[in-house]
Design a protein around this ligand. Structure first.
Ligand code: NAG
Ligand code: NAG
Length: 345
């Protein structure tokens, strides 16, 4: 009897000793990874073939706790995902990452109202999206069906401090609703014909391709931007830095959505898709002085200024510097603190 208890004691002692060693090792491994990766956060996989944690992107987002305070990475395997995806306001710190560039496509075809159309919506602050293509297929690819041309949003972004890297937004009219908040788009493609980058965002688009498919308008002119700055103190504005503007058909660089619209093309390469007048005052004829539509340091066939509207704005070097440097959207360094800080390289 005694020796039986002794054996059990020895067994338990040995067992807890092993657990202690294992835990110690685990801590060493996680410290090591922390130093190596800098960021070490929970990761879940979305895979339609059933080998991941979830089969749809939305179910992975639904699994994130309300008022989430720590980064969580959702890695999406290659595939075409037919679903409407939404990150609600109370789920910040989600990093959606396509596993292979160009191979993760999220597509939907809603077309009722801009508030409910979007294939992808994020309302949360601190959202990161990398290597995902978002399509609203109602009118896309252009002329691929007989649907009438309507507003059909591919993505709607209304949270603050959000980064989009290597993403594509494809549609025809109102493709990307850059609703509000500070956003950084790096190496993205945005395609469309009418008002296809619109809203009240305070955003820098850097190294992006602005792809115009205005051939679909049968001779009408397109509009790349419809910016919604509403008063002189409104901080919003779209800054295109080092972008390529090309495609087919003819387009204006923008028309105002609201009274004080602000759009800057800086260091861009514009092909002849850009119409010689460049800009349209739309509903704000007579109020052009309030608009800040600027082109500076651009090149390419479409950048010829000889026939541009006379009311195009001109900024001082200081204003230009202020609006085109990263501090326009990131005076507090939030991008450096995010796990995708390689966007700054
Ligand atoms: C500008 O873009 C055109 C294509 O639209 C390209 O052929 C050309 O090399 C580009 N120029 C520069 C200076 O990047
Ligand atoms: C700009 O266009 C005008 C007339 O349309 C033309 O005379 C001029 O040579 C062009 N400039 C450049 C740099 O191509």
């Amino acid at each position: 009897m005694v020796s039986f208890f002794n054996k059990i004691l020895v067994f338990f002692f040995f067992f807890f000793f092993m657990v202690f060693i294992a835990l110690g090792n685990a801590r060493i491994i996680s410290d090591f990874q922390f130093k190596k990766q800098k960021f070490n956060f929970p990761t879940v996989y979305v895979d339609q073939s059933g080998h991941g944690n979830f089969a749809t992107i939305q179910s992975a987002i639904d699994s994130v706790p309300q008022n989430n305070q720590n980064w969580i990475c959702i890695i999406i395997k290659a595939g075409q995902y037919r679903e409407q995806v939404k990150i609600p306001r109370e789920k910040p710190y989600i990093y959606l990452k396509g596993e292979e560039f160009g191979k993760i496509i999220v597509t939907w075809d809603a077309h009722d109202t801009i508030a409910t159309d979007a294939t992808f919506t994020t309302e949360a602050d601190n959202t990161i999206v990398e290597s995902i293509t978002f399509i609203n297929s109602y009118n896309y690819p252009p002329k691929s069906n007989n649907n009438p041309r309507v507003v059909a949003v591919a993505a709607m972004i209304s949270g603050d401090k959000s980064v989009f890297y290597n993403c594509k937004f494809l549609g025809l009219q109102d493709t990307l609703w850059d609703v509000e908040g500070r956003h950084y788009f790096k190496l993205c493609t945005i395609e469309g014909a009418v008002d296809f980058i619109f809203g009240n965002g305070q955003s820098i688009y850097e190294g992006c391709l602005i792809s115009v498919n205005a051939d679909a308008l049968d001779g009408s002119l397109g509009y790349i931007t419809a910016q919604g700055r509403s008063n002189p103190n409104d901080k919003s504005g779209f800054v295109f830095k080092n972008c390529d503007v090309n495609g087919n058909g003819q387009t204006f660089l923008g028309r105002p959505w609201r009274d004080y619209a602000r759009v800057i093309f800086y260091d861009c390469n514009m092909s002849s898709v850009t119409t010689p007048q460049g800009w349209d005052a739309g509903k704000f004829v007579g109020k052009e002085k309030q608009l800040t539509f600027v082109e500076e340091n651009c090149k390419g066939m479409g950048s010829n200024n000889s026939k541009r509207v006379p009311w195009k704005a001109k900024l001082s070097q200081q204003e230009l510097q202020q609006l085109t440097s990263l501090s326009f959207i990131d005076d507090e360094g939030w991008i450096t603190k995010q796990p995708l800080n390689k966007v700054l390289q």
